[in-house]
Ligand binder design. Structure first.
Ligand SMILES: Nc1ncnc2c1ncn2[C@@H]1O[C@H](COP(=O)(O)OP(=O)(O)OP(=O)(O)O)[C@@H](O)[C@H]1O
Ligand SMILES: [Mg+2]
Length: 271
């Protein structure tokens, strides 16, 4: 398994009136091709900041140090123009809140088509065909008709599928899914999880899956990073972290998991 993403000693700092504050403190992890790495931790532990740093999407004023390499090439310090070329193409992110990432004034089809054409060019017609295919791939019912609908015409689970279609339309090598199921009810969560896991397997991309739910991680991740207050408290293979957690905090997280045998075995039905 060759390494697709290598994050080394990543620190993210914000200036405050009381001086600089580190919200991510020396985090290191790697994601192989065809691998899912889970990042878990309580609210505010730095999970989103870590992923935004990888995507080059940190809020203005944030400082970084360390190294983030995608397929061997350093991303930290790269001009935004270059990072924009990579985002949506070689690396994509599914954000915590699907509604805020879709523009309410444009049809979902147009939004996906524009994303595709920004990277791949080609005709409107070709982009539309690829878009309908992508919507079909994520299990959206009747994609040829639904492509012309607006975000508010879809359910929460459907919007999440649309976000996944948009993230995957250019066939990225790396996908970061930041708590993609938190806003959904439990059955839909399981469907989306299965869908993402299946799409990742088919394409062989590397995935970073962020959640505060260790049960979810245990069903899809091969490696796990546990964060707390910006620090990396544990990092290892899923077997190792689940069987022999080294840190008290991980033990506590593990003890709070309700017993779910296998959340991935339900039938797949569109959300
Ligand atoms: N724009 C900002 N300026 C300064 N600090 C910020 C900013 N945005 C977030 N933070 C701080 O960074 C820390 C890490 O936030 P982050 O969003 O990465 O947490 P998280 O682990 O993703 O939490 P959640 O599970 O709630 O999404 C938090 O303490 C937060 O208060
Ligand atoms: Mg977050």
């Amino acid at each position: 398994m060759s390494e697709l993403l290598v994050v080394e000693d990543l620190t993210v700092t914000f200036p405050t009136s009381r001086g600089p504050v580190d919200v991510v403190k020396g985090v290191s992890f790697t994601v192989g091709r065809d691998e899912t790495v889970g990042i878990v931790g309580e609210s505010g532990s730095g999970k989103s900041m870590t992923s935004l740093a990888v995507m080059g999407l940190l809020p203005k004023g944030a400082g970084t140090s360390g190294s983030i390499r995608l397929d061997g090439a350093e991303l930290l310090g790269r001009p935004d123009r270059e990072l924009r070329g990579l985002r949506g193409d070689r690396m994509s992110m599914i954000f915590q809140d699907p509604l805020s990432s879709l523009n309410p004034y444009y049809t979902v089809g147009l939004q996906i088509e524009e994303m595709y054409r920004a990277h791949r060019g080609g005709s409107r017609k070709a982009a539309r065909r690829v878009t309908i295919e992508a919507l079909e791939q994520v299990g959206l019912p009747d994609p040829a008709r639904r492509v012309d609908h607006y975000p508010h015409q879809f359910s929460g689970g459907q919007r999440q599928r649309i976000m996944i279609a948009m993230a995957l339309v250019c066939g990225p090598e790396l996908l970061i899914a930041d708590e993609p199921t938190t806003a959904l009810d439990v059955t839909v969560q399981a469907q989306i999880l299965r869908l993402l896991d299946g799409l990742r397997r088919e394409s062989g991309m590397g995935m970073v899956f962020i959640t505060h739910d260790l049960a979810v991680i245990s069903s899809i991740a091969t490696r796990v990073l546990v964060m707390r207050q910006g620090e990396q408290v544990e990092y290892g293979t899923a077997e190792q972290v689940f069987a022999e957690p080294r840190h008290e905090y991980t033990k506590m997280l593990l003890e709070s998991i309700p017993r779910i045998d296998d959340p991935l075995t339900d039938e797949v039905t569109p959300a």
